[in-house]
Design a protein around this ligand. Structure first.
Ligand SMILES: [Mn+2]
Length: 389
């Protein structure tokens, strides 16, 4: 998965860690004596990823010692042109990998387990697949009570709060919660494994319906990513679900008020105190008003942090930090003559801008601010090499 805000080295680390997570799944399965692994959709984030992703996936998942059941989701639906039917994967699936490409029950007779999945055949299937599957099962009359039946589905459940990993909100495709709850209450279904949501989430009070969440955090706004669930089933079909941490990445959003050098120092300390910086991306949502001198100090803090963190970015939509030169900025320059006039002109222009003096580099109006900064740098003999006469 490509994250636009990651520099090249961090992106490579992020991608590599995704495959490490798959191998960690295998280690956890061995450690806990798990008999199989289920992944409830969106194994790939695009219909047909590049060969490097596919080959690394084959290599990683093939190392796992137990069967791995994969459900196609909305990002990787099972249809012509998809990764599942492509020659790079379709004919080269490791022997332990089973793609749930239809709604047929898959029996694990020795374990007394039956797995039934509701794969996506399109990005936005209608009607919603897993609710439809369960409703159809309900009409099938008798069922073997000795079998522990697992349903694997994908999509958003109604009334579960939104997180950034969910597919785009579409009320027509939402899974009816009551269908799931009735199915487990009736005893026809022992467990429902759900995918799409990136935060590990128990759905309803039964303790038998779960999103396991994303194996590795992918974005800001995910509430509890980086987990997998170990599901233990007792002889009488009781279920115990335990979380285990797998992913190591952290996407931290921080609202910060910056009005003084002291505030910059606080931010600097906060950044210093973060753990595992090379796998941490910070999104700052600043507000306040600072002088040029404080802005220089802030830029130093951010630039230094960018060398140790996987990424430090500013919120594009909610950046409300204004940079306005003050008297001490001007006095520190000791300008005279034409340079003083030019500075005054820039200053007046900057002051007249209500919204255009944020740290967001994409804004054209930052040109004035950049000119003021450059003037300071030149006077302070810091950037003479950039001046062309
Ligand atoms: Mn999805």
């Amino acid at each position: 998965m490509t994250r636009w805000f990651l520099p090249v080295d961090a992106q490579a680390r992020y991608c590599d860690d995704q495959f490490q997570c798959i191998e960690e799944l295998g280690r956890l399965a061995d450690e806990t004596g798990s008999q199989f692994i289920i992944v409830a959709g969106d194994i790939f984030d695009t219909l047909l990823p590049g060969s490097k992703i596919i080959n690394r996936f084959i290599d990683s998942v093939g190392k796992i010692s137990v069967p791995v059941y994969l459900l196609p989701g909305n990002h990787d639906p099972y249809r012509p042109g998809s990764v599942w039917l492509h020659q790079l994967l379709g004919n080269r699936l490791p022997k332990n990998v089973i793609v749930i490409s239809d709604e047929c029950p898959r029996e694990l007779a020795k374990l007394g387990v039956e797995i039934i999945g509701a794969p996506f055949y399109a990005k936005k299937p209608a009607p919603e697949p897993v609710g439809t599957l369960i409703s159809n099962l309900d009409h099938q009359g008798e069922f073997d009570k000795g079998v522990f039946r697992i349903i694997v589905g994908h999509g958003q459940v109604e009334s579960v709060s939104y997180d950034s990993g969910d597919s785009e909100d579409n009320s027509e495709s939402r899974i009816e919660k009551s269908i799931l709850e009735k199915a487990v209450e009736s005893g026809r279904i022992g467990y429902i494994a759900l995918g799409d949501r990136h935060s590990v989430t128990s759905v309803g009070p039964s303790g038998r319906i779960f999103y396991s969440g994303a194996i590795q955090a992918t974005d800001f706004g995910e509430i509890r990513p980086n987990y997998v669930l170990i599901v233990e089933v007792s002889d009488n079909h009781g279920v115990e679900v335990t979380e285990r941490t797998v992913g190591k990445w952290n996407f931290l959003e921080k609202e910060v008020e910056i009005n003084s050098q002291e505030d910059v120092d606080h931010l600097s300390s906060w950044l210093d105190n973060q753990d595992n910086k090379s796998r941490c991306v910070v999104k700052l949502v600043p507000q306040g008003s600072i002088s040029l001198a404080v802005n220089f100090a802030l830029e130093d803090v951010i630039n230094n942090a960018r060398d140790t963190f996987a990424g430090v970015i500013f919120s594009k939509g909610r950046n409300e930090l204004r940079v306005l030169p003050n008297d001490s900025d001007q006095q520190s320059l000791e300008l005279t003559g034409y340079a003083h006039s030019a500075y005054q002109e820039l200053l007046e222009f900057a002051s007249s801008q209500e919204e255009d003096t944020s740290l967001d580099e994409s804004k054209e109006s930052n040109t004035v601010l950049d000119a003021l900064k450059l003037l300071h740098s030149i006077v302070n003999h810091e950037e003479l090499d950039r001046v062309v006469i």
